[in-house]
Design a protein around this ligand. Structure first.
Ligand code: NAP
Length: 317
């Protein structure tokens, strides 16, 4: 199962804010640290158009935030490998082995910071037209539709943040939500309802996305869940922001205890039920906030370090 790469103190799976905070702390404490991610540094946070609630930054784009995390971790010597899928993990008495399609890594401990993935609508046309007008990232794809009409689906923080961003870069945005009240936090609700040009379409769901390979998305069929009335909207893109699903496949493989929602159960030191295995960020129960993920990543690094070294933070036995 691959060649034996150099040995590490800590392997972190996932390069979102939680995993990168762990890497910054662990490498700064002198630990030989590697971060592996099947995607890119920043995780879902990198796709957020604007972060305006991370303490110390009144406004920063997700991409810039991700770049800062990378530079800071690399400054302390952390190795970051992107576009590398971890396929298997074995946890032994004294070490952890991590396998990718071409390499094997060993370490004293592993931190699972695998985060979440975008939930899909599951309607006809969604899969076929993904990347051709169906998108899960407004920051990435919004600018492609500058002169066109688009819709955003969802009613949470992500949908509202994305609609507010698109309001600035495309001709017209409608937000389609299945209820008549948003789930998003108050300040975002105020921004979208009182200070934007986003058109709200309440009590409605998308039932079909139509288009073709060449032209991409041409229209959506939506249905009012109260009246049953259907209508078609001619739009060029559908941004789906209807929540997230835990990336828990690796956790399941090694038998880490999960909650009923499929998240990894941890104690207040981010330890899982398996020694040498820690978890942090959105794959653990929490509020889905970058600041929380960063705090959990910090805790994971420190508690793993102390668990291996013994004693407390100040060196007392
Ligand atoms: P979320 O909070 O779970 O909201 C999902 C939204 O999609 C809900 O409004 C839900 O409707 C709707 N929905 C779910 N399934 C649907 C379906 N099949 N069809 C149509 N609509 C559907 O998810 P999120 O907005 O992606 O946020 C994920 C996490 O990241 C949250 O913890 C959030 O707080 C966090 N986040 C925070 C910020 C911020 O702090 N500024 C920004 C982005 C994300 P109902 O309301 O009817 O359930």
């Amino acid at each position: 199962m691959g060649t034996d790469s150099s040995k590490y103190d800590m392997i972190i799976v996932g390069a979102g804010p939680a995993g990168m905070a762990t890497a910054i702390y662990a490498s700064r404490m002198g630990w030989n640290t590697i971060v592996l991610d099947k995607g890119a540094v920043g995780g879902l946070a990198a796709t957020t158009p604007i972060i305006e609630n991370y303490p110390g930054f009144s406004e920063i784009s997700g991409m810039e935030f991700a770049e800062r995390l990378r530079k800071q971790a690399e400054k302390f010597g952390a190795v970051i490998k992107e576009l590398i899928e971890v396929t298997d993990i074995t946890v032994g008495e004294s070490k952890v082995e991590v396998h990718t399609p071409s390499e094997k890594y060993t370490a004293k401990v592993i931190v699972l910071a695998t985060g979440t993935a975008h939930r899909h609508l599951g309607v006809p046309g969604e899969e076929e037209l993904e990347g051709k007008g169906v998108s899960y990232c407004a920051t990435c794809d919004g600018p492609l539709y500058g002169s066109r009409k688009v819709i955003v689906v969802g009613g949470g923080n992500s949908a509202v943040t994305e609609a507010l961003y698109l309001d600035k870069v495309v001709r017209e945005v409608s937000l389609i939500h299945r209820r008549d009240q948003l789930r998003a936090e108050e300040s975002l609700q105020k921004q979208i309802l009182e200070n934007s040009n986003v058109k709200m379409i309440w009590d409605s769901v998308v039932i079909e996305i139509s288009g073709d390979e060449m032209a991409g998305v041409k229209k959506v069929t939506i249905k009012n869940v109260k009246t049953g009335e259907e209508q078609q909207l001619r739009i060029k893109a559908v941004f789906v922001a209807i929540g997230i699903l835990p990336n828990n496949e690796l956790a399941k493989k090694i038998g880490v205890k999960l909650t009923v929602d499929g998240l990894i159960e941890v104690d207040s030191n981010q330890r899982t039920n398996i020694p040498r295995v820690y978890a942090c960020g959105d794959i653990t129960p929490g509020q889905g906030q970058i600041s929380v993920a960063v705090g959990e990543g910090t805790t994971a690094a420190i508690s793993a370090f102390l668990d291996m070294r013994g004693g407390d933070w100040y060196g007392n036995e």
